[in-house]
Unconditional design. Structure first.
Length: 311
């Protein structure tokens, strides 16, 4: 019934990316319940705020303390829904505590909590065709089914709603966006998949170092349907959207984006890299000769753009 949906996702990746797309970053530090948690959640959110505000063409909204309410969160997303264009991207990060009663997940906020289904309904009204929701809270796995949607990747710190202990995933997600080691393919950009793999590995190492049984196991879903996927199982169509979503650029890539003479070249380079990745995912469904032709053409174009960038 549903296999066509992943093909739609691949075709979206193959479509040329428009220039000057805007990325909307929304980070919310929820209710801590006690000073230590409040400080930790706020610190993580403000670190992301600093990272995102250093990027070019980013619209950054960070809600902490008295601003971290359902009403304010909804207002921010409603504002983005009025402004965002289809070629834009939306990245939402939830930091804090979550709850799951067996059927519904809720993100703990000052005042009324917001449910996963309520958040999904608001994000559905944002016209950005590529979206990412990073839910780092306890019980976050319980939010995944409600949040999933074609063109939207969802990352959860826990594999289901019953892993209810406070998580450490947020700490390592923030670290992933600052550590050049996350950039495994050395593209001078950190994708959602690269950051997820880094944070998942660091989270597991944390529990090992503490000699504690891990109470959180990150999962994701980025095809718009289906069950949560373990990070280690990211291959083929699972993970293709996360791999194509750049969270931050670093080094020469960010420098190029800040240089008006190189900006278009940098965007063209990223477009070609995403096209090449999408072709590889689609290889099995293509005629070999056509696959080879399209891949060769894209690689030659990429080499030329890279050469122009290095001049």
């Amino acid at each position: 019934m549903r296999p066509y949906r992943w093909l739609v996702g691949i075709l979206l990746l193959l479509s040329p990316l428009p220039l000057y797309a805007t990325v909307y970053y929304v980070t919310v530090a929820g209710l801590g319940g006690e000073p230590d948690y409040d400080q930790r959640f706020t610190a993580n959110a403000m670190e992301l705020d600093k990272i995102f505000k250093s990027l070019s063409d980013a619209h950054v909204y960070t809600l902490t303390g008295a601003e971290a309410t359902k009403a304010r969160f909804s207002e921010v997303l409603a504002t983005i829904a009025r402004q965002a264009k289809p070629e834009d991207e939306l990245i939402v990060t939830l930091i804090g505590h979550g709850s799951y009663d067996g059927s519904e997940y809720k993100f703990s906020l000052l005042g009324p909590d917001i449910s996963a289904s309520e958040l999904a309904a608001i994000c559905d009204r944002v016209h950005a065709n590529r979206q990412l929701i990073v839910n780092t809270t306890s019980a976050s796995g319980g939010s995944l089914v409600a949040l999933q949607h074609p063109g939207r990747g969802v990352i959860a710190a826990t594999k289901n709603g019953t892993e209810k202990n406070a998580t450490v995933f947020a700490r390592y997600w923030v670290e992933a966006l600052q550590d050049p080691a996350s950039d495994v393919d050395k593209s001078d950009s950190i994708s959602a998949l690269e950051a997820l793999r880094y944070a998942d590995r660091k989270t597991a190492a944390f529990y090992d170092s503490q000699k504690r049984l891990a109470t959180e196991h990150a999962v994701f879903e980025d095809t718009g349907h289906g069950d949560p996927v373990k990070v280690s199982a990211a291959e083929g169509r699972e993970g293709s959207l996360l791999a194509s979503l750049t969270i931050v650029r670093i080094g020469s890539a960010q420098a190029a984006m800040n240089d008006p003479t190189k900006r278009d070249l940098m965007l063209k380079k990223e477009e070609l890299e995403q096209k090449i990745d999408a072709l590889k995912y689609q290889k099995a469904a293509m005629e070999p000769g056509e696959y080879k032709k399209q891949l060769t053409d894209a690689l030659l174009q990429l080499a030329k753009v890279q050469g122009d960038l290095e001049k």
